[in-house]
Design a protein around this ligand. Structure first.
Ligand SMILES: Cc1cc2nc3c(=O)[nH]c(=O)nc-3n(C[C@H](O)[C@H](O)[C@H](O)COP(=O)(O)OP(=O)(O)OC[C@H]3O[C@@H](n4cnc5c(N)ncnc54)[C@H](O)[C@@H]3O)c2cc1C
Ligand code: FES
Length: 570
């Protein structure tokens, strides 16, 4: 037994505790005479950094070592007209006190529910971590750092010492270089997903000062694809990573609405659909995937959709209201139906993949009370087959005891029926069920057709083969994200394709570090997450190659109480 997959929820009762022991407080005294109090608010004098603010955060006995809490401060506005509330995260770890802006810079989750450990606070949802002292971003998936505030102590109390300007900030963009070289060819990044954007931003963070061009066949500003299945009410502005000004400010050129058609590696030239050409110094392929078409009879009827792009999101949003909705598939379509006004829903996973159970069960959980009935149909005996029977049984029992969802693990769809528009589906066992809107989530194909004949090596499925530095077999050509097959060096180097946001972002960062020669050693641990009912579950480890026959599962805590950690050993 030497490897473990760890599955846990993030809401256990100890989440605010670090592993350090409680001890006494370092004394740092502030000069109390310097403070002028305005209805509990302290100001000294105006400076170049804005109006200084000193405010009591809490008493020195209010937190134990390894604990944190949120404090709300009421501060008078600069023009003395109104009082504004600011939330501050106060933390005590290893005798030291820290104060940070309170929300994760990825999706604004309050960090107070996260974990403190080794000088960092880690977000409870997707694991972004920040340095307690500096607020600096230390781990993905977040993009930006947090404002960190000076803390001072009296004998009895803990004080915030900052300025009005700083306390108003919710995030800090780390320093980025500007383009100073318009003579040499650019780094061209094909694809504006999370992998491509992370690569471009990391290049600028790492002082790369050549041109950077991002090409995307979509017309939209780069956006967070993962959010599309979480909420159908989201608008484009809610999902974009950055606004137009950001790219202009940091000299990252966007060529939107252009599809790259061919690549000539020898002459370093890309050709686009409209025959436009662009030469490159370095090429980064981050073209992601497209949804696999379904082979089920009737899948070409009107009313059968799939969700990958923002345009699919808009169509599904429109076509799902007050319909009988069926979700078919194995992708992260998941929470899509959270905001559907569905009446009857069946969820039918049709292939076995790591995503299988996420899709089916996330969708089911997201549909919630909107549906009249929810049925999950699948092939395997228990959900989450990839994590072994024990965890699957726990989840199945939880679903059956705590939700209105019926699980049928033995049914598959034979066909979708209707005239022009889908009306119902026929299952392999002959059962018929109403289905007015069908969403197929059948996994992806890599988007790499433009590589045919380029000499860039792909595997039999079309995924670009890269090494641990994201280098392809062609010099100065890199590939990142959903379109790659890469080695898991920490787990014996076996090669995987991992169509998840965290891996894509990690690879974007690695490619940038390779280009700027900043790379040391890379050890990626696969990390994915799912939202089921009121539970956020994270999965961490090598969940690709665990042979099901040989796994041993240890469950600590109680899955029904939402406090558990599950180790799968092989
Ligand atoms: C609905 C949905 C929900 C998801 N939920 C989650 C989740 O909860 N957690 C998780 O970890 N992952 C989730 N994923 C997966 C995650 O979104 C992907 O792993 C991630 O987006 C991959 O990023 P990428 O940059 O590699 O590719 P993509 O995001 O697919 O971006 C590829 C880019 O390449 C462009 N492109 C493609 N071909 C060309 C070409 N020939 N010329 C020019 N441009 C081109 C595309 O327009 C696009 O801009 C979800 C995916 C979907 C679709
Ligand atoms: S909201 Fe913090 S990592 Fe997702």
């Amino acid at each position: 037994m030497n490897k473990a997959i760890i599955i846990s929820n993030n809401n256990n009762g100890n989440s605010n505790r670090s592993d350090s022991a409680a001890s006494s407080v370092d004394e740092i005294h502030i000069d109390m005479d310097q403070r002028r109090t305005l209805s509990g608010i302290s100001r000294i004098s105006e400076s170049a950094h804005g109006i200084p603010v000193q405010e009591k955060l809490c008493g020195i006995n209010d937190l134990q070592d390894g604990e944190m809490k949120e404090v709300t401060l009421s501060i008078l506005s600069a023009d003395n007209v109104e009082t504004i509330n600011y939330r501050i995260l106060v933390i005590k770890e290893k005798d030291k006190w820290y104060a940070l802006a309170p929300d994760c810079t990825y999706c604004n989750t309050p960090l107070v529910k996260g974990i403190i450990s080794h000088g960092k606070v880690r977000c409870p949802l997707h694991g972004t971590s920040f340095n307690l002292k500096t607020g600096k971003l230390e781990d993905l998936p977040g993009f930006d750092s947090l404002p960190a505030f000076k803390v001072t102590l009296s004998l009895t109390d803990v004080f915030l010492s900052t300025s009005l300007t700083k306390i108003s900030q919710t995030r800090i963009i780390d320093p980025m270089s500007k383009c100073k070289d318009s003579i040499n060819d650019p780094v061209v990044i094909v694809g504006a997903g999370i992998a491509g954007i992370t690569c471009a931003e990391t290049l600028r963070h790492e002082s790369y000062n050549g041109r950077i061009v991002i090409i995307s066949r979509e017309d939209h500003l780069p956006y967070n694809r993962s959010l599309l299945s979480k909420n159908l009410d989201l608008l484009e502005d809610d999902v974009i990573f950055r606004d137009k000004k950001f790219f202009e400010l940091h000299d990252i050129e966007l060529l939107l609405g252009h599809r790259v058609k061919t690549i000539n590696v020898e002459d370093k030239i890309l050709t686009m659909d409209d025959e436009k050409k662009i030469t490159f110094k370095y090429l980064v392929i981050s073209t992601g995937g497209i949804n696999k078409p379904s082979t089920i009879k009737g899948a070409d009827l009107d009313g059968v959709y799939s969700l990958r792009d923002i345009s699919d999101h808009a169509i599904i949003q429109e076509c799902s209201v007050k319909k009988h909705v069926t979700i078919v598939g194995s992708g992260f379509i998941a929470s899509t139906v959270l905001y559907l006004k569905a009446n009857v829903v069946a969820i039918i996973p049709i292939s076995i993949s790591p995503n299988l159970c996420f899709a089916a069960l996330e969708v089911a959980s997201a549909i919630g009370k909107r549906a009249r009935s929810i049925t999950v149909l699948g092939k395997s005996e228990t959900p989450f087959k990839i994590f072994g029977p024990t965890f699957g049984r726990h989840i199945r029992a939880f679903i059956q005891d705590h939700t209105r969802i019926t699980i049928r693990q033995d049914s598959l769809v034979r066909s979708f029926e209707g005239f022009d528009h889908v009306e119902h589906m026929v299952l392999k066992d002959g059962l018929c069920a109403v289905a007015q809107t069908v969403i197929i989530a059948n996994g992806i194909h890599p988007c790499t057709s433009m590589l045919v004949g380029s000499g860039i090596q792909t595997n039999t499925m079309g995924y670009v083969i890269v090494d641990e530095q994201m280098k392809t077999n062609q010099s100065n050509v890199f590939a990142i994200g959903d379109c790659t097959e890469f080695p898991l060096t920490l787990f014996g180097g076996h090669r995987v394709s991992l169509p998840h946001a965290h891996a894509a972002q990690f690879q974007g960062k690695i490619a940038a570090l390779s280009i700027t020669n900043r790379i040391n050693s890379i050890e990626y641990v696969p990390f994915i997450w799912t939202d089921l009912f009121d539970r956020h579950i994270t999965f961490c480890g090598d969940f690709f190659t665990t042979p099901m026959a040989n796994v041993e599962t240890i469950v600590k805590g109680d899955i029904f109480q939402n406090t558990y950690c599950c180790y799968i050993l092989k």
